[in-house]
Design a protein around this ligand. Structure first.
Ligand SMILES: *[C@@H]1O[C@H](CO)[C@@H](O)[C@H](O)[C@H]1NC(C)=O
Ligand SMILES: *[C@@H]1O[C@H](CO)[C@@H](O)[C@H](O)[C@H]1NC(C)=O
Length: 343
């Protein structure tokens, strides 16, 4: 085939692709007249594995936090923690309160995809991980997910659950999430920042944001450069925001764009509380410019920020192979980030 023909075919196909890109088809959803969606794709689920005799390196348990509100968490405990007799404060593990990704609309705390990630996160960082099963949009639009994450924090300080009371170091707590979960960690973090007194003895030390999902009305250059990205096209992010944000607001709403109008919603509070923030991103992700901007603006506010922006990885690549090299590097960096030097 002559080169010009190949180029023609390529151009034709890419134009055809973006013209026919249907975000609803891509997301496998059908919008219903009452505002709910039908999810045509079922994501596999994994049962919890609470049995200490199972010899699994990480145990997990589902715990209801409010049955009338239908909220629950899945707790992950590295089994090695059980071998400390008796557990003393020096051997308690950091506590990571985690919100999964999925565009605010998909997956659950027991989805296999995120279960496997949390198992490896708990194991490799030697942390107790509490994964929040938050309510999904559009049936429950934002801020429902932020409220659920906050409910989980309040539950943690009142529960007598032995995995938490015996093994988790409440004074070394982090809010973490990837993609939409990163957005939830940030916004739930701001809510927690406004009521730290009510969350004692829980002491949040920082936010761990893995390719967090933010947006805005004005496109960034990475969004334009990767507008037709096969993993996260701009048309797809627009639909996700449309169905997740409160009805009637646009993408400059603070939930979506905390940096709109050059404010940095929450930056001052984070600085005041002395929380650290780590942001992970990559240049194959259309969201990377906003993630870098967030890191930069927080740093300018005086917040201690670690930003890792490297490689050509696509959106969600950090979580998709939880035992792969990229995730391993992620755990290593998180482990360093959450290590508090005991004087
Ligand atoms: C996952 O959670 C849902 C409730 O949110 C439950 O109906 C389902 O049975 C759970 N699946 C597994 C495998 O634990
Ligand atoms: C549980 O959820 C119900 C319904 O949303 C709410 O009215 C109640 O205050 C919640 N209870 C607690 C302890 O948070």
């Amino acid at each position: 085939m002559p080169l010009s023909l190949i180029i023609f075919c390529f151009l034709f196909l890419s134009v055809a692709y973006s013209a026919t890109m249907d975000p609803y088809k891509f997301l496998h959803i059908v919008l219903n007249p009452d505002g709910t969606i039908t999810r045509l794709q079922k994501h596999p689920e994994t049962p919890a594995t609470p049995d200490p005799n199972s010899h699994l390196p990480v145990l997990s348990r589902d715990v209801t936090i409010n049955s009338s509100h239908n909220t629950w968490v899945r707790i992950y405990l590295p089994r090695q923690a059980l071998s400390h007799h008796p557990p003393c404060s020096a051997t308690k593990l950091p506590l990571i309160v985690y919100s999964h990704g999925g565009g605010f609309m998909f997956y659950a705390a027991n989805s296999t995809y995120f279960h496997d990630f949390c198992v490896n996160l708990a194991l490799n960082t030697q942390s107790v991980v509490v994964s929040v099963n938050y309510h999904l949009a559009p049936e429950h639009r934002l801020p429902a997910a932020y409220d659920d994450a906050l409910d989980a924090l309040h539950w943690i300080i009142t529960t007598e659950d032995p995995w938490l009371t015996r093994f988790a170091d409440y004074s070394n707590c982090y809010l973490m999430g990837d993609s939409a979960g990163g957005n939830i960690a940030y916004n739930a973090g701001l809510r927690a920042a406004a009521e730290v007194d009510q969350l004692e003895p829980l002491k949040i030390q920082g936010l761990i944001l893995v390719q967090p999902f933010f947006g805005g009305m004005k496109r960034t250059s990475s969004e334009l450069r990767l507008a037709d990205d096969v993993k996260l096209a701009l048309a797809v992010t627009d639909v996700l925001w449309e169905l997740s944000l409160p009805v009637g607001v646009d993408r400059d709403h603070e939930y979506c764009n905390p940096m709109a109008e050059s404010r940095c919603k929450g930056g001052d509070e984070i600085k005041q509380l002395g929380w650290k923030v780590v942001v992970f991103g990559s240049f194959g992700d259309p969201l990377v410019d906003r993630q870098m901007k967030l890191a930069q603006v927080l740093e300018e506010k005086g917040v201690e920020v670690e930003g890792y922006f490297e490689g050509d990885y696509k959106h969600a690549d950090f979580t998709k192979e939880p035992t792969g090299a990229l995730s391993k590097q992620l755990y290593e960096r998180i482990k360093k980030f959450i290590t508090i030097l005991v004087a």
